[in-house]
Design a protein. Sequence first.
Length: 324
Amino acid sequence: MAVSPYVQAMQELFRANTRSREFPAHGAKVHSVAWSCCGRRLASGSFDKTASVFLLEKDRLVKENNYRGHGDSVDQLCWHPSNPDLFVTASGDKTIRIWDVRTTKCIATVNTKGENINICWSPDGQTIAVGNKDDVVTFIDAKTHRSKAEEQFKFEVNEISWNNDNNMFFLTNGNGCINILRQVPMAAELKPIQSINAHPSNCICIKFDPMGKYFATGSADALVSLWDVDELVCVRCFSRLDWPVRTLSFSHDGKMLASASEDHFIDIAEVETGEKLWEVQCESPTFTVAWHPKRPLLAFACDDKDGKYDSSREAGTVKLFGLP
């Protein structure tokens, strides 16, 4: 099969820059990494209860600030979809915090009912959704910082996300399904509209591609499935990983999909063919991956080498693949 010019170009780029660079970020393992919408900054959240923000310079990350205030692990974080100065963290301390990088201060602390494990910001910037260990998803008004609605689910809720059009809310669950809900106009609640049997086992993560054509889910069955957004049908599966798929990210152009697990590599697939484009070698399981919003640069974070907390080994580093 002929390799597309795009794949050739990317493989040449990665071959020239195969080494992943490590940057010290935290005193314990990093659970989440995310780029600001403009790509100037990378934020990381850690088991050490803090978030860190780096500035991306030509060939390195430069640590800008460490954000303290949470009383427990920062499990997930995300940036405002269009304001590059704001990001939000979800913590096991039953709060979320919104931070402003210009003042380096927490501008809002919102109390929630449970230990928070996942968070996402709606594409229109108006709502923050946060999920906790008790499978409650709370929808918070990003301006007033008050809870608008709350949904208790009868199944294990894993990852949550709006679609790019901002009119439907997706979640992956412990029964291998993708649940789709729609916002009821003028009302606070969400109405369930569809449940898709996506995988035979726990459906862990979900990501939408920036072009709005596909979304991908990763499962405990070690498969990544790619779905057509409009038809809601699975168009292909990626099966190169052997362990439960923990994290996914589409490249800025929607043409590459990175997926990672406890396997000691990150799989980079060409979206349209499912072919392996590259694999990034890791020395331990990977928790989180995030492509840069404008260029083929992948941020990620892994577990400690020996699986137990030991700060002298690479606990708490953020890694970049694709740097010149």
